[in-house]
Ligand binder design. Structure first.
Ligand SMILES: NC(=O)c1ccc[n+]([C@@H]2O[C@H](COP(=O)([O-])OP(=O)(O)OC[C@H]3O[C@@H](n4cnc5c(N)ncnc54)[C@H](OP(=O)(O)O)[C@@H]3O)[C@@H](O)[C@H]2O)c1
Length: 276
C-alpha cells in the first residue's frame, strides 16, 4: 500500500553517523542525491563526497557529539532525520575478550547511539517531529560465535530502539531499527581481533574457522546501496514498523526459524554454519 509522505520528504535535514564508508556513505549518497540535505560524520577530516557535508564527530565522545550536533543546528536550525550507523566489530571468544575491549565495543556501538539520541531527542521534541533510524544487526538476534561483544552490543541497540520508540511516540518522533545481515563494506577490514585471541591456543582452531566463515560471508555479502534504498523507503512511511531486516535471504530466514524449532537444533545449525 502506498504510504503518505510525511515530515521526512526531500529537503529535510539528515544526520548520518559513520558516513565515511559502507552503509553510512551509501545512505549519504543516496539521500543526498534524492534531495535531502545530508550531514555525514567521520572521526577524520577530508572526505570529498559531493552529496553530503562531512563533519567531524566521534560517537565515543560526549563533547564531540554535542559539537557535531551544534554544527548542524547552527547551519540548519533543525534536524529531521538521524541515522545512527557508526560502529565496528570485535572478534574473539568471550573468555579472550578483555574488560577494556568489551567496553570499547559498547562505547561505540551502544553508547554512541545512546549519546546521539540524548542530544537530538530534545531538539526533535521541540520540533514536534523527527525520525531516528538505528542500525542494528542480525547478530543482535542470533548470537554469532566469537563475536560475543558485537552481538551483545547490537542486542542492546535493539532493546533501546524498541523502548525509545514507545516513549517518544506522543511527540511526533518516529523510531525504527534496521538489522542488516552480511554486506560488503569496510566492516570486515576494520574488525578488531581481541589481544588474547591472538595468543590463546585453546580456542584458536574454532576461532579461526568461525572468523574465516564470517569474513567470507561478508565479502560475498550484499551491496550497501540496498540498505540505502531501504532507508529511503522507511523515511517515506508515515507509520514505519519497528524493525526491518535487510541482506541475504537465508540470514533473514534464520531469524524467523529460531522461533519455530527447538533451541538445541538452532544452535546446531549455527555451529555447523561457522564450522565449529
Ligand atoms: N557490513 C556488515 O555486514 C554489517 C552487518 C550488520 C550491521 N552492520 C553495522 O552497520 C554499521 C556500519 O558499518 P559498515 O558495515 O558500513 O562498516 P564500515 O564500512 O567500516 O563503516 C563504519 C563507519 O563507522 C564509523 N565509525 C566507527 N567508529 C566510530 C566512532 N567511534 N565514531 C564515529 N564514527 C565511527 C566509521 O567512520 P570513521 O572511521 O571515518 O570515523 C565509518 O564511517 C555498523 O554499526 C555495523 O555494526 C554492518
Amino acid at each position: 500500500m502506498e504510504q503518505k509522505q510525511n515530515i521526512t520528504t526531500p529537503g529535510k535535514v539528515v544526520l548520518i553517523t559513520g558516513a565515511s564508508s559502507g552503509f553510512g556513505k551509501s545512505c549519504a549518497e543516496y539521500l543526498g542525491n534524492s534531495g535531502y540535505k545530508v550531514y555525514g560524520t567521520s572521526r577524520r577530516p577530508g572526505n570529498g563526497m559531493v552529496a553530503c557535508e562531512m563533519i567531524i564527530m566521534d560517537v565515543d565522545d560526549d563533547l564531540s557529539v554535542k559539537q557535531g550536533i551544534r554544527t548542524v543546528m547552527d547551519k540548519e536550525g533543525r534536524i529531521d532525520v538521524v541515522i545512527n550507523n557508526a560502529g565496528f566489530g570485535i572478534a574473539g571468544s568471550v573468555e579472550d575478550t578483555s574488560m577494556e575491549e568489551m567496553k570499547a565495543q559498547f562505547e561505540t556501538n551502544y553508547f554512541g547511539v545512546f549519546r546521539v539520541c540524548r542530544e537530538v531527542l530534545p531538539i526533535m521534541r521541540k520540533q514536534k517531529s523527527g525520525y531516528i533510524i538505528n542500525i542494528g544487526s542480525i547478530a543482535g538476534s542470533v548470537g554469532v560465535p566469537f563475536q560475543g561483544a558485537y552481538s551483545a552490543s547490537k542486542s542492546a541497540v535493539q532493546n533501546l530502539t524498541e523502548v525509545m520508540r514507545m516513549e517518544v511516540k506522543p511527540y511526533g518522533i518516529k523510531v525504527a531499527l534496521i538489522d542488516p545481515g552480511d554486506f560488503k563494506t569496510g566492516f570486515t577490514g576494520s574488525r578488531i581481533k581481541t589481544k588474547e585471541s591472538r595468543s590463546n591456543p585453546d580456542y584458536a582452531d574454532r576461532y579461526h574457522k568461525a572468523l574465516t566463515t564470517m569474513e567470507k560471508e561478508e565479502e560475498n555479502g550484499c551491496d550497501p546501496a540496498k540498505l540505502a534504498q531501504l532507508v529511503a523507503k522507511i523515511l517515506r512511511k508515515s507509520s514505519p514498523g519497528l524493525r526491518y531486516m535487510v541482506g541475504p535471504a537465508m540470514e533473514q530466514v534464520a531469524v524467523h526459524l529460531r522461533k519455530f524449532i527447538p533451541s538445541k537444533w538452532f544452535e546446531m545449525i549455527i555451529m555447523s554454519n561457522y564450522k565449529i
